[in-house]
Ligand binder design. Structure first.
Ligand SMILES: *[C@@H]1O[C@H](CO)[C@@H](O)[C@H](O)[C@H]1NC(C)=O
Length: 228
C-alpha cells in the first residue's frame, strides 16, 4: 500500500476531512492520473491525488481503505480490509435492512440462493450462480455441501448422488467424485463430493462430452456444438 511521506501527513493534521481540497504545503508525488494513499491514522480516510490535486477522502459507511478496494471510490468492504495500526470507525448507519450503507448481507432465509448488496443504504437483491448458495462466512456464494448445517445440497442442485455407480461406467472413472450430466444442460455437470452433489460449470466456450464426462471445446462435442 502506498503512503504519503510523513512531512505531508504532519501538514495535513489540521485539515478538515471529506473531499477537502488542500492548498499550499503538501503536494502529490505524481502530477498525472489518479493515485490513492493510505491515511496513517484512520482506516476510514485516504488521500487522493487527481492530476496532482490532493484531497482527503472519507470511505462511505461500512467501507474502509486498503489501497486495493474497488467497491466504491477506492474503498473496500470493512471485513476485507486489514487496517494494521490505523483506527477504524465502524459505527453502522442502518437503513432499509442494510446494517451499513455499503455491505453484503444474507436475505434472511437459510441456505438462500440469493443475497443482498447494499449501496448508499439501498438493498439490491443478487442471485448466486446456479447450484450455489449464500455463505455468510465468506460474504459470497458457495457450494451447499459446505453448509450442511443449513443446507440440503440435494434440494439446491436437484440431484441425489447414488451410493455406488456401475463399474466401468464413465461416472465410475471419477470415483470417489463420480460425475453426471445435467439433462438438457450442455454447459454444466454434477460432481458428487462426500455423497453430496455440486453443480459445476464447464467454463467459457466449453461443453460436457457425455461419453467421457469431461468438459471439451464445443467444436469437439457434436451434439452440443450449437449450444454454446
Ligand atoms: C487528467 O488530465 C488529463 C490530461 O489533461 C485529462 O485527460 C484527464 O481527464 C484528467 N483526469 C482527471 C481524473 O481529471
Amino acid at each position: 500500500m502506498r503512503t504519503l511521506a510523513a512531512v505531508l501527513v504532519l501538514s495535513l493534521a489540521a485539515v478538515a476531512h471529506g473531499g477537502v481540497l488542500l492548498q499550499g504545503g503538501p503536494s502529490c508525488p505524481e502530477q498525472h492520473g489518479v493515485q490513492a494513499y493510505a491515511h496513517p491514522e484512520s482506516c476510514n480516510l485516504f488521500f487522493l491525488c487527481t492530476n496532482g490535486t490532493l484531497t482527503v477522502e472519507t470511505c462511505e459507511n461500512g467501507l474502509l481503505f486498503d489501497g486495493k478496494g474497488a467497491v466504491h471510490n477506492h474503498c473496500n468492504y470493512n471485513w476485507a480490509v486489514d487496517c494494521g495500526h490505523r483506527k477504524a470507525d465502524l459505527t453502522p448507519i442502518s437503513s432499509h435492512g442494510c446494517e451499513y450503507q455499503f455491505g453484503i448481507y444474507p436475505d434472511g432465509h437459510e441456505c438462500s440462493t440469493h443475497y443482498i448488496k447494499c449501496a448508499y443504504g439501498e438493498p439490491i437483491p443478487h442471485q448466486c450462480e446456479p447450484g450455489l448458495v449464500y455463505d455468510e462466512r465468506i460474504h459470497g456464494c458457495n457450494w451447499p455441501d459446505l453448509l450442511l448445517e443449513k443446507c440440503n445440497p440435494e434440494a439446491v442442485v436437484g440431484f441425489k448422488c447414488p451410493t455406488k455407480v456401475p463399474a466401468h461406467s464413465p461416472a465410475a472413472r471419477f470415483w470417489p467424485y463420480p460425475r453426471f450430466p445435467v439433462p438438457g444442460d450442455c454447459h454444466r455437470l454434477i460432481t458428487c463430493v462426500n455423497g453430496h452433489p455440486r453443480l459445476v460449470s464447464c467454463g467459457e466456450g466449453k461443453v460436457l462430452d457425455e461419453s467421457t464426462l469431461t468438459c471439451e471445446e464445443a467444436e469437439y462435442v457434436p451434439h452440443c456444438a450449437n449450444r454454446v
